[in-house]
Design a protein around this ligand. Structure first.
Ligand SMILES: C[S@@+](CC[C@H](N)C(=O)[O-])C[C@H]1O[C@@H](n2cnc3c(N)ncnc32)[C@H](O)[C@@H]1O
Length: 227
């Protein structure tokens, strides 16, 4: 079998990412990981793309043929590929890694794919354009900064949905708390309302010694207010 990967390979790759400090460094890491990414996250039992897609699918109303999805930090396209199986059709992707974008392009799922260093460059999307804005696996410490949340809100249509995920393990606790604080602030400003928050015990297999078995994660689904 060509290039059969083991869980130990995946652990080494992910632990090596902890050395990456800046955004450019982090996307450089994904450029190198791109080729093995899908194989490796399958070994990790990384369930976030499916769980987030199921969450959107269960709450989102409307004709799936017409709904437009902005897949932020789309990677190789796992989230849109699950949404496609659920009947969604129109996908636009954004990511900071050219290696990941190259693989996303090969899926043929996306009408448009744009390179963007999130947190540094504004999301390349017109305001109030998308029915669904989704970001999976990229909101965590050392990855995409939380300033992006207002940009996600901005890109959604009034009445549209913003779906976000984050990890719940020890090293991401402060980031998760801050993310939840920003979500609440936007709700207090009446910019959106919370549809659901799903805490998931078995998000993906743990790779670091501080964590055991599976690490937890969470899905947040918000609906943008109609002025
Ligand atoms: C764990 S992958 C998730 C990909 C996909 N959403 C999924 O769930 O399979 C994280 C993605 O975020 C992207 N990313 C991380 N930091 C970024 C940044 N600052 N700007 C743009 N993309 C970034 C990486 O290139 C990578 O494709």
């Amino acid at each position: 079998m060509a290039n059969a990967r083991t869980f130990a390979d995946v652990r080494n790759v992910i632990l090596s990412a902890h050395k990456n400090t800046g955004a450019q460094d982090k996307v450089g890491f994904y450029d190198k990981w791109a080729e093995n990414y899908e194989q490796d996250v399958a070994l990790l039992d990384y369930r976030a793309p499916l769980l987030a897609a199921e969450c959107v699918n269960s709450f989102c109303r409307g004709d799936r043929e017409k709904i437009t999805v902005l897949d932020v930090a789309c990677g190789t396209g796992l989230v849109s590929s699950h949404l496609k199986k659920m009947g969604f059709h129109h996908f636009v992707g954004v990511d900071g890694s050219l290696g990941m974008l190259e693989l996303a392009k090969k899926t043929g799922l996306y009408q448009q794919l744009t390179h963007c260093l999130l947190g540094q460059d504004p999301i390349p999307a017109e305001a109030a354009t998308y029915d669904i804005v989704i970001i999976v696996g990229a909101l965590s410490v050392g990855q995409v900064p939380l300033t992006i949340i207002r940009e996600l809100w901005e890109a959604a249509k009034p009445g549209g949905y913003v779906c976000m995920t984050t990890r719940g393990n020890a090293d991401n606790q402060d980031y998760k708390a801050e993310l939840e604080q920003i979500n609440r602030s936007l709700e207090e400003e009446k910019k959106w309302s919370c549809v659901t928050v799903v805490e998931v015990e078995e998000w993906e297999k743990a790779v670091s010694q501080e964590d055991d078995g599976y690490i937890p994660g969470a899905i947040y689904l918000y609906q943008k207010s109609i002025p």
